[in-house]
Each structure stands twice: as structure tokens, then as C-alpha cells.
Design a protein around this ligand. Sequence first.
Ligand code: GRF
Length: 203
Amino acid sequence: MMRLGILLSGRGSNFAAIAENIAQGRLKGCEIAVVISNKVDAAGLAIARERGLKAVAIEARGRKRAEHDAEMISTLREHEVDLVILAGYMRLLSPEFVQAFPLRILNIHPSLLPAFPGLDAQEQALIYGVQVAGCTVHFVDEELDHGVIVLQKSVPVLEADDAQTLSARILEQEHIAYSEGIARVVSGEYQIIGRRYVRHISS
Ligand code: GRF
């Protein structure tokens, strides 16, 4: 069993989708060991508690990044986490954190990377005028929204879209994509060649 450590800051809908897929037996080979929020009032923490999962707030405000990250690393280690899942975790990770879990941190970003990294990706996509948008599950490295891509899903951009309608269409795909991406990593059947994530065992 791979033990997942979820990091979030807010709503927690991606986390909820992952938890539901695990509970329903649709995402096998992993379990949620701990859910950590850098905000005490994150809705995602309440969802975790309702599900009977271990939920911890490690407040970041007013603390140095290195100090806050060190506490998160030790909490993740305490719970013997194998794979860290960023699910709307709205704080940059220190290089020390990334190095503590090499190729063991996943993120989901609401664009087809490498387009539109950073904040408000859906809004950036609309302003740029792309006609296809989507989401990307990727490994986290020391550069923002940059690590090896595990899986992407696309959606159309419609003429009537605003940031809200486009975000909703992408989010629906995020909820599917994240569990599929985790399943790929958990399967042990993929390897990284260059920047490509490719299947090396055929079934
Ligand atoms: C999602 O759009 C995700 O792609 C981005 O942050 C948002 C988190 O939403 N990284 P939620 O907290 O999972 O509902």
C-alpha cells in the first residue's frame, strides 16, 4: 500500500474526489495517511475529518518557509507517507521540501502545461485566446509548475466562457485526471525517460 499525504489550502474538491475513488475501490494500491492544511479554516480539513481521516493544520502565516516546511516534512514522515499529493496547496514549497521527497510529490495544475503556469491559469488561457484548455498532473520539481508530466486532459474553450465557466469545465476533468495520474504512479509500471512518462510494462 502506498501511503498518500495530501497537502491543501482551501476547498479540497480534488482531495475529496481522490478520497471517494479510494473509498469506492476505484483507486487501488494506495491509502490516505494524513491530510495537512496550511490554513486552519480550510474546507478540505473538514472534509477529511468527516471521512474519518487524520487531518492536521500547520498554520503557515507569520512563519518562515523553511521552518514551516520542516514541520510538514516531519509530520509526513511521522505518518510514513510515500507520495505527497498537492491538492490546491497555495504555497510555494522550499527546495528542501522538494529534495526530501524526490519524485514523490504530485501536483495538479488547471492548464495544459507548459502553457500558463502560476496563478489564475484559466483566466490566462481565456485572455490568450486558446481554444483548447485542460489540466495537467505532474511531478513537482524545484521550478513552479514544471516537473515531468504524468497525465493531461483537455477541454474545449467555448465562445461564451468566462473564467468561472471555463474553470468549472476544467475542474470536472481534474477530478478524474488526478486519480488516474496517481494510479499511474502507484502502478510502478511507468518510468521517466527524458521528460516523458512512459509505460514500461505491458499487460
Ligand atoms: C484546482 O483548480 C487545482 O488545479 C489548483 O487549485 C485548485 C484547487 O481546487 N491547483 P480544490 O481545492 O481541489 O477544490
